[in-house]
Design a protein around this ligand. Structure first.
Ligand code: AGP
Length: 613
């Protein structure tokens, strides 16, 4: 969940590393630090947000052309300066940063203490520092000392090490699924990062390290090897993301920007996939024949958080269009059940980051049991992408705000097209139906743009009246029930208001007891097969003096009359409605959070990539 950046070249390294860390702050933001080598090793660290580190660097700059830095999401040890990375040894010879957990750190720490090493922090990472130090003291060169140290670690890790003894190199390693380790290729300079946005402004040529791989990075070259010592060759990948998309531009927050990018990202998602004259959809990357699609018995969607809710919408789509059994599983629970999987099962992992450790574990479990592995993922080269037999790359571009927005709607667009694709291969979707569906799809970016127009919905009144509330309820039915869950998740994660999403039909089985004049209830009442049922729900809440904010289709005066407030979206095909209905809920959460003065892009306790269990 932490972010790592490294640079070696001919420029001031700490400036480049600090700027890179700013782009990774979404991964962790409770403390940060940078170590640079300029003859001697020099380190600056600060608790809290990166700005604190930046202030320290202004007061006391770090010189030198090689540096590694880290932004932390604490696992072991409080988020105070002494626990911030990089961690140096007693002699201030080497500095280490890590993303992941050293699971056997207690045993290692005791052994090292018995051997005379003195620890200065409460972190698990510091054992890596002392292990490397110990093997250096035995006369090994840095790369060998690192290799020997890394072999002793249990758990999953992304690690960077530097030393004043060999001041021209950064050693980087990836052990297991603790998040990306990406080497960026420059001219007379090279980079290291946990994620692409950190180095995208410098290079679009990157090398992804795999599990058990190491890189020795110098200004003029990089060598790759395995932890066991075998040399390897690595190919580079060209990243097609636009570097501009990783900066905030005119917007106040990345989340605001990413919400407004949705018409564009939906458009890019559709582009090249759909033949609008025949209605046919193309997903060559799944390498699926009609026979194989027909033999498929079941799709199991595995995901976490917002991606899980996307999966729940996906179940409606796939069942309807492809007539296939679908289950949606919390990836975090998946491996703790005796799940029944076979070679007629396709596991479909959904992940924006492609690094979520639980999702990866669920995929691995599926692989062991012989399932086909598919994924919908935003980050090219990520572990989810690589582990899949067939992977659909979202066209969301980098998503920096911790609260996922555009990745959600691009995933829903991909799921809609996947449902159509499977339906076409399995013969459950006729040409006429396909043509009708792609007509709706073609209008989607424009409709999303309408929802985002200034003044289309009145958020000001809602924010003014309700930003101080402690609780919110979100209700939906059918395909919009996961949107109620997602709307509630958005509100709670960025505004810290307690919000519950519920399938509306469950209300009378308990939660209706919560309704009173103090409880705003957001009801998704779009015109579909559960429209009448949702209207009764609105009536039931009103009858108990609840405040009802109804999300309706444009021009629905009937529901407007029954509600306290309305939000609106244009009408589209019912299976595409969630892509539009979530947008006002994203905006409502955003505006409420801003009014409450919350840190929208970096909400407390959260991180963008959840790489620990
Ligand atoms: C979304 O707003 C959340 N921050 C979170 O629930 C996220 O969707 C979840 O952690 C899964 O992440 P992934 O899509 O990168 O796997």
């Amino acid at each position: 969940m932490c972010g790592i950046v490294g640079y070696v070249g001919n420029k001031n390294a700490s400036t480049i590393v600090l700027n890179g860390l700013k782009k990774l702050e979404y991964r962790g933001y409770d403390s940060a630090g940078i170590a640079s080598v300029n003859g001697a090793l020099d380190i600056r660290r600060a608790s809290g947000k990166l700005i604190n580190l930046e202030t320290k660097l202004v007061e006391k700059p770090l010189l030198g052309n090689l540096a590694i830095g880290h932004t932390r999401w604490a696992t072991h040890g409080a988020p105070v300066e002494r626990n911030a990375h990089p961690h140096a040894d007693e002699a201030n010879n080497i500095a280490v940063v890590q993303n992941g957990i050293v699971e056997n750190f207690i045993v290692l720490r005791r052994q090292l203490q018995d051997e005379g090493h003195e620890f200065k922090s409460d972190t698990d990472t510091e054992v890596i520092t002392h292990l490397v130090d110990k093997y250096l003291a035995d006369g090994n060169e840095l790369v060998t000392a690192c290799r020997l140290a890394f072999r002793q670690l249990e758990g999953a890790h992304a690690i960077a090490v530097t030393s004043q003894q060999e001041p021209d190199k950064i050693i980087a390693a990836r052990l297991g699924n603790a998040g990306g380790v990406i080497v960026g290729l420059g001219d007379g300079e090279n980079y290291l990062a946990s994620d692409i946005p950190a180095i995208l402004e410098h290079t679009q040529h990157v090398v992804f390290l795999e599990d058990q791989e190491m890189a020795v990075i110098t200004a003029n070259g990089i060598t790759y090897s395995r932890i066991d010592g075998a040399s390897i060759e690595k190919d580079y990948t060209v990243i097609t993301w636009d570097p501009i998309s990783a900066v905030k531009g005119q917007y106040h927050h990345f989340m605001e920007k990413e919400i407004h990018e949705q018409p564009q990202s939906i458009q890019s998602t559709i582009r090249g996939r759909v033949d609008f004259t025949t209605g046919k959809i193309a997903f060559e990357e799944l390498e699926l024949t009609p026979e194989a699609a027909k033999q498929l018995d079941r799709v199991m969607i595995v995901a976490c958080g917002t991606s899980f809710y996307a999966g729940q919408v996906g179940r409606f789509i796939l069942e309807k269009l492809a007539r296939i059994k679908v289950s949606v599983e919390y990836a975090s629970e998946f491996r703790y059940r005796d799940t029944l999987i076979d070679d007629k099962t396709a596991i479909l992992a959904i992940s924006q980051s492609g690094e979520t450790v639980d999702t990866l574990a669920a995929m691995e479990e599926g692989r062991e049991q012989g399932a086909k592995l598919w994924s919908i993922v935003n980050v090219q080269g990520s572990m989810v992408h690589k582990l899949s037999d067939g992977s659909i790359l979202m066209q969301a571009g980098p998503e920096i705000g911790v609260a996922s927005t555009k990745a959600f709607t691009t995933t829903l667009t991909d799921l809609f097209m996947l449902g159509m694709y499977l339906g076409q291969l399995r013969g459950t979707l006729s040409d006429e139906e396909s043509l009708e569906l792609v007509k709706h799809l073609a209008h989607l970016p424009e409709l999303a743009g309408e929802v985002l127009k200034e003044g289309y919905n009145d958020f000001e009144t809602l924010v003014h009246l309700y930003h101080k509330k402690d609780h919110f309820l979100y209700l939906g039915r059918g395909v919009n029930y996961p949107i109620a869950m997602e709307g509630a998740l958005k509100l709670k994660e960025i505004s810290y208001i307690h919000a519950e999403g519920y399938p509306a039909g469950e209300m009378k089985h308990g939660p209706i007891a919560l309704i009173d004049e103090d409880m705003p209830v957001l009801c998704i009442v779009t015109q579909d097969n559960v429209y009448d049922k949702m209207i009764s729900q609105v009536e039931q809440v009103r009858a108990r003096d609840g405040v009802v904010i109804s999300l309706v289709n444009e021009g629905d005066t009937m529901v407007a009359e029954k509600s306290t407030h309305i939000l609106q979206i244009p009408k589209t095909h019912p299976l595409l409605t969630p892509i539009l209905s979530v947008i006002p809920l994203q905006l409502l959460a955003y505006h409420i959070a801003v009014r409450r003065g919350a840190d929208v892009d970096q909400p407390r306790n959260l991180a963008k990539s959840v790489t620990v269990e």
